[in-house]
Design a protein around this ligand. Structure first.
Ligand SMILES: [Zn+2]
Ligand SMILES: [Zn+2]
Length: 137
């Protein structure tokens, strides 16, 4: 098994995280919550087993309802505001992490676009990766 370490953090350096786990999901997310949280057309996120995720430094959080009505808790740096990672209550064993917060964002490779229903006309997927209207089951 490869032991590639993924590490990252916020823009000001107050929050750092690391994981030795291989991502089980890497996706471009076009949902409105990701758009609002990032100020951009989409967020690229990866998910790793939560037990293998370590975060150093305090985060602030807020919650928005997911598809199921169950909360998605989004963690960000209270000092610089960088969005960092999310707890999706319907997938409690996974930690969803913003790929752009990695020290080396190219270390992960997205395999799909999700929540394309809310993709912006100026932010449509331009590659050949699979598209899903919402979250694939
Ligand atoms: Zn920060
Ligand atoms: Zn999203």
């Amino acid at each position: 098994m490869s032991e590639k370490q993924l590490s990252g953090g916020c823009a000001c350096g107050a929050v750092r995280y690391e994981t030795a786990a291989e991502p089980v999901i890497v996706a471009h997310c076009h949902c409105r919550d990701c758009q609002r949280a990032s100020g951009a057309a989409m967020s690229t996120v990866f998910a790793v087993p939560r037990a293998a995720f370590r975060c150093k430094g305090p985060t602030s959080t807020y919650a928005t309802p997911g598809d199921s009505g169950n909360p998605v808790v989004r963690h960000f740096c209270a000092d610089c505001g960088s969005p960092l990672f999310s707890d999706v209550s319907v997938l409690p064993d996974l930690q969803f992490v913003r790929a752009a917060s990695l020290d080396d964002p190219a270390a992960v490779s997205p395999t799909m676009h999700i929540y394309c229903d809310s993709a912006q006309p100026w932010g449509k997927p331009l590659d050949d990766l699979p598209h899903f209207a919402k979250m694939p089951s």
